[in-house]
Design a protein around this ligand. Structure first.
Ligand code: ADP
Length: 218
């Protein structure tokens, strides 16, 4: 079972390709942004704290994100044997903490998939998404800020994972099918693709008031 970290600037395609990767491998999709938006939608105190950061395009503090995400990652790995982390880790302290916990639990990641595209393309994709999904943080000013936060806080993870020998860098400035073909080759070379008749649908993990729930969509 595959354990992947998706790394990309906002608009780089980690959501789109992360979702596809989970469908092909049976690993659970853990999207930090989706988890945070679900918490905000619940209207909890935690959600209100989170919204103060996400609305500005700032990162949620490491301690807060680790307390929300780590139980979900552990549950995902327990339920499916793997995970595709979409949006986490996003800072060096998050990456180091996740790696420590991974060693304790015998869960080390197979690869960090780094998706790149030129900045004007990223902005265009996010503005396009804003029209479709109406996400509160997809306005031009907040998009520019999120790109700057990526460059400052998250880009150092590229060298961190390269040094660990698990970085896979792919351009998404080309048709989606070409990116998928490269990802498929990578997975097949490692025997990580599930046969078509065993594809489980899209599985994602969400925290609930009593623990973590696995959601399965065809
Ligand atoms: P994008 O990659 O387009 O910025 P996400 O849905 O991944 O979108 O994240 C949306 C927001 O959620 C981020 O701008 C940030 O405020 C918050 N967030 C998501 N993941 C993390 C994380 N690992 N650490 C801190 N904040 C996070």
């Amino acid at each position: 079972m595959v354990r992947l970290i998706m790394l990309s600037p906002p608009g780089g395609g980690k959501g789109t390709h992360g979702r596809w990767l989970t469908q092909q491998t049976g690993a659970a999709h853990v999207s930090s942004g989706d988890l945070l938006r679900a918490e905000i939608a619940r209207g909890s105190d935690l959600g209100r704290q989170v919204a103060a950061y996400t609305a500005r395009g700032d990162l949620v503090p490491d301690e807060l994100i680790l307390s929300i995400l780590m139980p979900v990652v552990v549950a995902a790995a327990r339920e499916t044997g793997g995970y595709v982390l979409d949006g986490f880790p996003r800072t060096l302290p998050q990456a180091k903490r996740a790696a420590e916990l991974g060693v304790e639990l015998g869960l080390t990641s197979d690869a960090a998939i780094y998706l790149t595209a030129p900045e004007d393309e990223l902005v265009a994709r996010l503005l396009d998404r804003a029209e479709r999904d109406g996400r509160a943080d997809d306005t031009l000013g907040v998009i520019r800020h999120r790109l700057a936060v990526f460059a400052r806080e998250t880009a150092p993870l590229v060298e961190y994972y390269r040094d660990r020998g698990i970085l896979v860098e792919l351009s998404t400035d080309r048709p989606e099918a070409e990116v998928r073909a490269d990802l498929r080759d990578w997975l097949e070379a490692r025997g990580l693709m599930l046969p078509v008749d065993r594809l489980p649908g899209h599985r994602s993990c969400m925290p609930t008031s009593t623990g973590v729930a696995m959601k399965i969509e065809e």
